[in-house]
Design a protein around this ligand. Structure first.
Ligand SMILES: [Zn+2]
Length: 111
């Protein structure tokens, strides 16, 4: 196998893994944003959300890239604690988590 072919295969495997993971964590296991009422299905707009908001710490443990995260998910047999969200709802979820943390007095983020 030549280098170009190997790289193309690695990219395709990575894309397939992303689709598998995001589909698994979508509502009804159909690739889409899990936010109620959102119809976003564009793979380029979909992300994986750590439901408890510990995504930054988790990524420091396993590697910062989304590829590392998707590989970790598959290798750990799709653990609970994740959901597929579009970029807008990922941001909205993070804002809501920070507002709740501030209300509880355990966050010093100025939003
Ligand atoms: Zn959405």
């Amino acid at each position: 196998m030549d280098r170009k072919h190997t790289l193309r295969k690695m990219r395709q495997d990575s894309l397939d893994r992303k689709v598998t993971v995001l589909t698994r964590y979508s509502l009804s296991q159909r690739l889409n944003c899990s936010w109620p009422g959102c119809k976003e299905r564009d793979l380029q707009c979909l992300t994986l959300d750590h439901i408890t908001g510990n995504g930054a710490a988790h990524r420091r443990e396993i590697g910062r890239s989304s590829t590392a995260l998707y590989r970790w998910i598959v290798n750990n047999n799709f653990p609970r604690g994740f959901r597929t969200l579009c970029g807008s709802h990922q941001l909205k979820a993070e804002i809501q988590r920070r507002i709740m943390a501030r209300r509880n007095g355990d966050d010093d983020c100025p939003i």
